[in-house]
Design a binder for this molecule. Structure first.
Ligand SMILES: [Ca+2]
Length: 307
């Protein structure tokens, strides 16, 4: 098989369950090599513990995990309310503590991986973009070591302030303006990616310890068992764009307004006179949700099977 794509996964695992699904999908995807996992937003230490435990149970104790920025660049409140940056994630349990995560910060781990990689690395962001913005601020010379950034974040075709961008609008805007190739899947497409009940039943009766932890986390997050595969779609887009239609556009993330901090504004239109063809931002316009959900869930339920 062809060479694997080196990736760093930056995640706010521990609240919405889709990050844990994305990590399981990553472990089940031979197209990629996970060089490291970093965590972001609010209690990033607890998030690192969760990620480390899930990777261990999935058979990858060797993948380094580092706790990244808990606090955004400049965002003391979200949706008009203050944020408790030390709050534990909803699907955290003390049993997940292994103590084996990296002594480096998230930013340091990303820098170290980029410095030591012989080829450009793909960064996949599944939460606020604070860690990546910090890397770009402190080590702009390492841009050349980033192949592209695959982002779950934003809403591009509907009027909605998406959560990851609302967590840290300044960081999201910095990544948009970085000049790096950014492939963004927004919530307007990921909302369509809901697994049918048969997949959840298969996971509920699964015997693999990693899947059992995934479902334990799932029950702590949602009472009704509803899951939406936002983050797994961003991960999937790293190695297979056939289920997506991307559009080259210019967007900026609003950071100065009172009610719309974190909202995406399209600038590649006739008013702003910025042609999208000059942009290196590609936003997902369509997804073949049935095809993606089936392929993604098939990989996750196959965990532990002999290949
Ligand atoms: Ca996430």
């Amino acid at each position: 098989m062809s060479k694997r794509i080196p990736v760093i996964i930056d995640t706010d695992i521990g609240d919405d369950i889709d990050d844990a699904f994305a990590l399981c999908l990553a472990m089940q995807s031979p197209e990629i090599e996970i060089l490291g996992v970093t965590t972001v937003f609010k209690n990033s230490r607890a998030r690192a513990m969760i990620a480390k435990r899930l990777l261990e149970l999935g058979g990858h104790p060797d993948i380094p995990v580092a706790a990244g920025a808990s606090i955004p660049l400049s965002n003391p409140e979200m949706f008009g309310k203050p944020v408790d940056f030390e709050e534990l994630p909803k699907s955290y349990r003390p049993e997940y503590e292994t103590g084996l995560y990296s002594v480096l910060t998230g930013m340091e781990l990303i820098i170290s991986i980029l410095e030591n990689s012989s080829e450009p690395v793909t960064v996949v962001t599944l939460g606020a973009l604070t860690n990546i913005a910090d890397v770009l601020r402190y080590r702009p010379d390492l841009k050349k070591k980033i192949r592209q950034i695959n982002v779950m974040g934003g809403a591009y075709y509907m009027n909605w302030t998406e959560y990851n961008y609302a967590c840290d609008p300044e960081a999201a805007d910095m990544v948009m303006c970085s000049g790096l190739t950014v492939k963004a899947v927004g919530i307007d497409v990921t909302l369509h990616c809901v697994p049918e009940k048969k997949w959840m039943l298969a996971l509920n009766s699964h015997t693999h310890p990693c899947i059992q932890m995934l479902m334990e986390m799932c029950r702590m997050w949602t009472k009704d068992g509803n899951v939406c595969l936002h983050d797994p779609l961003a991960l999937w887009s790293v190695f297979d764009e056939s289920v997506l239609e991307f559009e080259q556009q210019i967007y900026r993330v609003e950071s100065r307004a009172r009610f719309t901090r974190g909202i995406c504004i399209k600038l590649s239109d006739h008013n702003w006179q910025m042609p999208g063809r000059d942009s290196r931002l590609y936003v997902a316009k369509q997804v073949d949700a049935p095809a993606f959900v089936a392929r993604c869930m098939d990989r996750i339920v196959s965990m532990g099977e002999m290949k």
